[in-house]
Design a protein around this ligand. Structure first.
Ligand SMILES: [Zn+2]
Length: 241
């Protein structure tokens, strides 16, 4: 131990605003708040982030059902999240909303950099998609033709879009994750389970699951202005097993 404070950064997932907060959100946030409080008491310099993800199909669908715009739904439900955290005494350092200009600006800057470096290409992708999870599932992950999380049928989606060349970084990513066992748990909850039984990396899995779909935020440099980029850059959903 040294007397110099360590820096401790902690974030919850950014929660979807397609609905109001429920017990699961509260559970995660209370755990994070507990950890942040403990670290503060231990003398660490703590930054505790939470917030709301206000982009995606689920939100557009829920807004249409309620007869309001996605932004109106996001405003209403994001306020409900902040109110819940106030009532529970959650002491976060910052609350980020993906519809905030400060968030969009950073996403645009990162994507612009990737575009200028030639890392983004126009391609076609087809896959089994779950609207509940907002992700594609590989053949291996599908259980009885259904989403393993929601137990609902998947929709085959095929579209032309811009993609990030994740496959180019596959070897580096696998190597980095393998070298740091803790990273597996951080990147995806599956990693937590698989840490117990490490197996060989699944190249096809990572390659397909790792492609990023660009759909929500306008990227100034991209030739086709009608296309939009994701509100956030996710780590690949499918990690090497
Ligand atoms: Zn699902």
């Amino acid at each position: 131990m040294t007397d110099r404070a360590r820096t401790f950064y902690l974030t919850t997932p950014i929660y979807y605003v397609n609905d109001r907060p429920h017990l699961g959100h509260a559970y995660t946030t209370i755990l994070a708040d507990t950890m942040a409080r403990y670290r503060r008491l231990a003398g660490d310099d703590v930054w505790f982030l939470t917030g709301t993800d206000e982009h995606g199909d689920k939100i557009a669908q829920a807004a249409a059902k309620a007869g309001i715009t996605p932004q109106q739904l996001a405003d209403r439900n994001s306020a409900a999240f902040r109110d819940a955290w106030r009532q529970l005494g959650i002491e976060y350092s910052d609350y980020i909303r993906t519809t905030e200009a400060r968030h969009t600006k950073v996403v645009q800057a990162i994507l612009q950099k990737l575009w200028d470096a030639g890392e983004i290409y126009l391609g076609k992708y087809g896959g089994h998609y779950c609207f509940g999870c907002e992700r594609f599932y590989t053949e291996k992950e599908i259980v009885d033709g259904k989403c393993p999380d929601h137990q609902t049928p998947l929709t085959w989606i095929e579209e032309e879009n811009y993609f990030f060349k994740m496959s180019k970084y596959q070897a580096w990513l696998i190597e980095t994750v393998e070298r740091q066992p803790d990273l597996r748990a951080l990147l995806h909850r599956e990693g937590d389970r698989r840490r117990q039984v490490p197996g060989p990396p699944d190249a096809a899995h990572l390659d397909r699951g790792g492609e990023l779909l660009l759909q929500d935020v306008e990227v100034p440099g991209v030739a086709d202005r009608n296309r939009r980029a994701p509100a956030r850059l996710d780590p690949p959903r499918a990690l090497p097993e």
